[in-house]
Design a protein around this ligand. Structure first.
Ligand SMILES: [Cu+2]
Length: 332
């Protein structure tokens, strides 16, 4: 399913589709940003046209006009008054618009904390009291028709959070919490990226925002709550040998960096894998999630995303990688 949606290039391919996502808003916070973008483009075109016309007049125009263009009045009007007026108006508009995207939390709004890590996104869903109620990574689920406040943080360097269809762009700054509101007016899957160069494989740092109708969202979140009993009955049946995979996962040290709720794996250096089986992508948005890509990622993530902070497990055999992938697929 993820494959159909994002092609083989993962979410980063979807983000650069046509029309460009910043000109295709899907919610009330993105729409004014798009309007501002169109106004900027229009003003740019008008100014370019004026300058081309003035250049032509200065070259070929009637003597009287040429003299006016070279005069002091032209400098005052065209060189000082016009740019000062237009740029000040745009600055005020831009500042007011961005402030409305990140005004203080009102207390009742839904909150999600997103932490930029080199080179993936940690996602913590917060309850009304600010406690973490669900943990995930590289995917952000939102209800349709309700503003959601993101508390943006960074674990290391400056990153920037951007889902162009749903809101503006906001930096994630170490030691600070910045706020950004998102809202979607329809269910869908929207590509997001880190929009601030953060070293190494920055260009391969993305995520998916998934928007659900409110009732579906409530059900989705209920299934993800920390401490919820693991689903009763048989785990999802998958091909391969998930029991062996679980053993290999624990023995290979994966749990030093990854958490899988309900097991002894509780590492924090890498993405939470508790729900990996239902993740749309792997490697922070760069690959669709299925058995083949999962095996490829575990065995050789350094070829797929050079410089990322997970070692390649090329010492595991194909059968062992398949077993680990089978177990992770069951973690939904
Ligand atoms: Cu980055």
């Amino acid at each position: 399913m993820a494959e159909e949606l994002f092609g083989t290039g993962g979410v980063l391919e979807a983000i650069w589709g046509w029309p460009p996502p910043m000109l295709d808003p899907a919610g009330p916070y993105a729409a004014p940003v798009t309007t501002l973008a169109w106004v900027l483009i229009a003003i740019g075109l008008v100014v370019t046209a004026i300058i081309v016309a003035a250049l032509y007049v200065a070259w070929r125009g009637p003597e009287r006009w040429r003299r006016a263009l070279g005069g002091e009045r032209a400098v005052w009007i065209g060189g000082i008054a016009f740019p000062a007026l237009v740029l000040t108006a745009l600055l005020v508009w831009g500042l007011m618009l961005t402030a409305s995207l990140s005004s203080p939390i009102t207390g009742t709004e839904r909150r999600i904390r997103v932490t930029g890590e080199m080179w993936w996104f940690r996602v913590d869903y917060l309850g009304p009291d600010g406690a973490v109620i669900a943990r995930d990574a590289n995917e952000i689920h939102l209800p349709v028709g309700e503003p959601v406040v993101l508390e943006l943080r960074s674990a290391d360097v400056i990153h920037s959070f951007w889902v162009p269809h749903l809101s503006g762009k906001k930096d994630m700054i170490p030691g600070r919490t910045t706020l950004l509101r998102l809202e979607a007016d329809r269910p869908g899957r929207w590509g997001g990226v880190c929009a601030e160069y953060c070293g190494g494989p920055h260009a391969l740092m993305g995520f998916v925002a998934v928007t659900h109708e409110p009732e579906a969202y409530r059900r989705w979140l209920a299934g993800r709550m920390i401490g919820r009993p693991r689903p009763s009955g048989e785990p999802l049946a998958v091909a391969g040998d998930p029991a062996l995979g679980r053993q290999l996962f624990m023995d290979s040290g994966c749990g030093a960096c990854h958490r899988v709720a309900g097991t002894q794996a509780n590492g924090l250096a890498g993405p939470d894998l508790t729900h990996l089986g239902s993740r749309l992508t792997l490697g922070a948005g760069i690959l669709p999630n299925h058995r083949g890509t999962l095996i490829g990622w575990i065995g050789d993530s350094q070829s797929i995303k050079p410089g990322n902070r997970m070692p390649s497990y090329d010492r595991l055999s194909a059968e062992q990688l398949d077993a680990i992938a089978a177990w992770l697929e069951q973690q939904t």
